[in-house]
Design a binder for this molecule. Structure first.
Ligand code: ZN
Length: 281
């Protein structure tokens, strides 16, 4: 079991499996801009009978662009990891996978699940401020959460507009830095959901790279910071647009310092919210 645990610690969700004939052909079974100040506020109103300005519909939509949207945030992994998490659960395509992996950690001991939880809370706050209904797949960072086959259930049952799973990677490759966004190539939601997920991934990628100091991955996605996989139950089993964010490489000291910084997490939350606004509105 120690071997299994050690393996999961090497990488956040494990390496992408090399494509094989069987895996290829198996079909899917499964900145918030504030509203401009009314000029009347700055300039004395000469006409007493003029009505006070009221917020226009457009001003309201700018302030709450995600009103009416439901977004599920999945803080990757759990507060605790025990051997029980090794039990196999469906992960899509008729395959199985361990209920949960432990996740990775920085060399200084900052765990991926703690980062994911902190980043999820920061993102939830920003999204709610922009009008979204936000749900999390786990309610704390000290207990067990859902297995990977159930991480999409909330998004499915609540018919969420998006599922965003937050992780950070654990590559020991020399010089490996940066974030990437993973999309499933075999979602139960079908081709339209896969396409919407790809569009969401690109908006999130663009927002992260322009609004934070975390660079695109130097080791995944060949410079695109996008990764297309078929082995992740969290994404495969979603009927709603879904992406998995690997927000940086915790085994790289520069990335780990960013991920551990509340100010980075706040900027990243704003960036991710911008990306969600761009994709959903
Ligand atoms: Zn992870």
């Amino acid at each position: 079991m120690l071997v299994a645990l050690a393996t999961t610690l090497v990488s956040c969700v494990g390496p992408a499996p090399a494509p094989s004939a069987s895996s290829v052909v198996v079909p899917a079974a499964d900145s918030a801009t504030s509203a401009p100040s009314p000029s009347a506020a700055a300039t004395p109103e000469p006409t007493p009978k003029a009505a006070a300005p009221t917020p226009s519909a457009s001003a309201t939509s700018v302030a709450k662009p995600l009103a009416g949207r439901t977004i599920v945030i999945d803080p990757g992994h759990n507060g605790v990891w025990t051997r029980r998490e090794l039990r196999k659960v469906p992960s899509g395509n008729g395959r199985t996978k361990a209920c949960n992996s432990s996740g990775t950690a920085s060399n200084a001991g900052y765990s991926e699940h703690a980062y994911a939880w902190a980043q999820a809370k920061a993102l939830a706050k920003v999204l709610r401020a922009r009008g979204a209904r936000v749900l999390l797949t786990r309610s704390n960072d000290h207990g067990e959460g859902p297995c990977v086959n159930l991480r999409s259930r909330l998004a499915n049952t609540e018919k969420a507009d998006a599922l965003v799973s937050i992780h950070a990677d654990g590559s020991f490759a020399r010089g490996a830095r940066g974030f990437h966004v993973i999309v499933s190539t075999t979602m139960v939601g079908g081709a339209a959901v896969e396409k919407a997920s790809g569009a969401l991934a690109r908006e999130l990628r663009n927002a992260l790279e322009t609004r934070t100091s975390m660079p695109r991955s130097t080791y995944v996605g060949k410079g695109t910071a996008l990764s297309f996989r078929s082995d992740l139950g969290t994404l495969n089993l979603s009927k709603r647009p879904a992406v998995m964010l690997e927000m940086g490489n915790m085994r790289n000291a520069t990335d780990a310092a960013l991920l551990g910084s509340p100010s980075f997490r706040a900027k990243a939350a704003q960036a991710l919210a911008d990306g969600l606004v761009a994709a959903l509105t």
